[in-house]
Design a protein around this ligand. Structure first.
Ligand SMILES: O=P(O)(O)O[C@@H]1[C@H](O)[C@H](O)[C@@H](OP(=O)(O)O)[C@H](OP(=O)(O)O)[C@H]1O
Length: 546
């Protein structure tokens, strides 16, 4: 496998951009999805295994976490508005030391969707938008419904839809109706892909609440005990609905090789012994769908609506794992997770902003960088460049910032003042925040800051020793309170000079491109054969299609 790394891309420079069109290669992106109905519980102490971080090879590019029944009691919710919720905090806390940044999140009462990506992918995640749809109480209450996040990932559109559909055996049709209603209502503005199903790839997951029909509880439990899960899958309402429900057309699901994830006595892995007597069910599911394409020739495999379902624009989705996590006991549901590889034709362009920075900042005078915006990028006077400690959690988690002032020049130079700089040493990166897109559109490689610690005690800037070189995993949420939003700070003009980066000892001429080191390039014709991937269910073959 050919690694897409600095060796290939570093010849790019600002003056001579690399041709980045389709080169006959596939870009491969590894996505880890989790769905969990957390039953109003607090996060457990350790979600390392749930996120696969204990065995992780560091190759996961994105984490998508869909939760349901996150505690949304009124007093708790008010606190969450002010401080974010504990589940978001727990996920950020666990993922940020590995370089994952919260790209976006959306919450509708107890339904929460979190999207994380490696920081170096941020410039290539564009058009990020979220949607929510309430379906509870006839569409007025958000206890049930769906939240989604859409974006283009290296030029290919993806939508993640986390749903909590109505409970109970008899509501299978209502579940399908609600799903259809969510799809109809979720329309994204100003994007080529407006509806959920218009995206190249859709992941649909959540507590979909489908049950196992016909069989009585003892028969279901006996099948589980004897590992006769196929017998149960045949009676699974979602699986059975695939033949009659056109809205399910094209959705795929890997084989359910794990036991039903609902309903357990909290604190145990024993199926419900309460008076409710709920039958075990696979309520918690992860499905995916490739956008339908209509070929110009004859349509031998035309689907029910006359469309052909197949890889859209060469996209391929391969599922590597689909399993539950029995060890988590805080809820009456067990979490379910899945890992996918997404392969796209190589269609990535340049980052919208490229930032150049020195290898090290050893004095206040070094605290400067140069950036260049792509000609088609609409800058705002509210754009800024943030200084982040490696391991930061989200775009507001900066140590300091400077306004990316607009001026008529190709190259812009900005300088950080002492008050914007950390007091300790460590590894940092610079990111360009676009106010128009509310995302980070340019990043540098990590560089070192090691400033002399000469500030006199009690000086105004002597307020923080949050940053130490010994503890790289500690990322100060303190920095959030320490650094107000740039909007609220005085909009200060920084440097008016601009100069070519060739005048400086810039190390990262094309900062975002080397950041693609986590992605793999493969010849376009090659099939995905990553070593060690034993359990595979390709969307093209072998997956239990719905
Ligand atoms: O979140 P909501 O909208 O309040 O809906 C409840 C939720 O789906 C619970 O999971 C379910 O309990 P079980 O999973 O135990 O069935 C409960 O059923 P119930 O009212 O019959 O207890 C529902 O009312």
């Amino acid at each position: 496998m050919l690694q897409l790394g600095p060796a290939i891309l570093s010849p790019c420079s600002l003056k001579q951009p690399c041709p980045m069109g389709d080169s006959g290669f596939l870009l491969s992106d590894r996505v880890h999805l989790v769905t969990w109905n957390v039953g109003g519980a607090m996060p457990p102490d350790d979600i390392t295994a749930l996120l696969g971080l204990h065995i992780g090879d560091g190759n996961t590019d994105m984490y998508i976490i869909g939760l349901q029944e996150v505690n949304s009691m009124i007093n708790k919710r008010l606190k969450d508005v002010l401080f974010t919720d504990q589940w978001s905090d727990a996920c950020m806390e666990r993922l940020s030391p590995f370089g994952y940044i919260l790209v976006t999140s959306q919450r509708m009462q107890g339904v929460l969707l979190l999207v994380f990506a490696k920081y170096y992918h941020l410039p290539f995640l564009r058009g990020v938008q979220t949607e929510t749809t309430r379906t509870g109480l006839g569409g007025y209450w958000g206890n049930k419904g769906g939240v989604s996040a859409r974006m283009s990932v290296f030029g290919h559109t993806i939508c993640f839809l986390n749903c909590h559909l109505p409970a109970h055996m008899e509501n299978s049709e209502q579940r399908m109706e609600d799903f259809e209603s969510i799809l109809q209502q979720q329309q994204f503005e100003g994007q080529a892909a407006t509806g959920v199903l218009d995206h190249d790839v859709v992941f649909w997951f959540g507590d979909l609440n489908f049950r196992i029909d016909e069989l009585e509880i003892p028969a279901v439990k006996a099948a589980i005990d004897n590992n006769k899960l196929t017998m149960l899958w045949e009676k699974d309402q979602l699986n059975m609905a695939k033949d009659s429900e056109s809205v399910l057309e094209g959705f795929l699901e890997g084989p359910l090789k794990f036991p039903p994830t609902y309903k357990f006595d909290v604190g145990t892995d024993t199926y419900d012994t309460s008076g409710k007597k709920r039958k075990p069910a696979w309520t918690d599911r992860i499905l995916w769908r490739l956008r339908a394409t209509v070929p110009s020739g004859p349509t031998p495999n035309a689907g029910k609506r006359g469309s052909i379902l197949g890889p859209s624009s060469g996209t391929k989705v391969t599922q590597h794992f689909y399993h539950s996590h029995m060890e988590y006991m805080v809820s009456d549901h067990k979490p379910v997770s899945s890992i996918f590889t997404l392969q796209f034709p190589y269609k990535v362009d340049m980052p919208l902003v490229m930032i150049m920075v020195e290898d090290e900042w050893n004095s206040i005078a070094d605290a400067t960088c140069t950036f260049k915006a792509a000609p088609n990028f609409a800058r705002s006077s509210w754009d800024w460049i943030g200084l982040y400690k490696v391991g930061f959690k989200h775009h507001k988690d900066y140590v300091g910032y400077v306004w990316a002032k607009q001026e008529e020049a190709d190259y812009h130079r900005v300088t950080f003042t002492e008050e914007e700089l950390p007091k300790g040493s460590g590894d940092f990166i610079l990111c360009y925040y676009s106010n128009n897109t509310s995302t980070l559109v340019g990043v540098t490689e990590p560089f070192q800051i090691q400033l002399p610690t000469s500030s006199p005690a009690g000086s105004p800037s002597d307020d923080s020793s949050d940053f130490t070189s010994e503890d790289d995993s500690v990322v100060g949420m303190k920095t959030m309170s320490r650094s107000p939003s740039p909007r609220k700070k005085k909009h200060r003009a920084r440097h008016s000079h601009s100069r070519s980066p060739s005048h400086s000892r810039s190390r990262s001429g094309s900062p975002a491109l080397p950041k693609m080191k986590g992605l793999k390039l493969q010849p376009g014709s090659a099939h995905n054969t990553t070593d060690g991937e034993k359990e595979k269910a390709s969307s093209e073959a072998g997956a239990g299609g719905l």
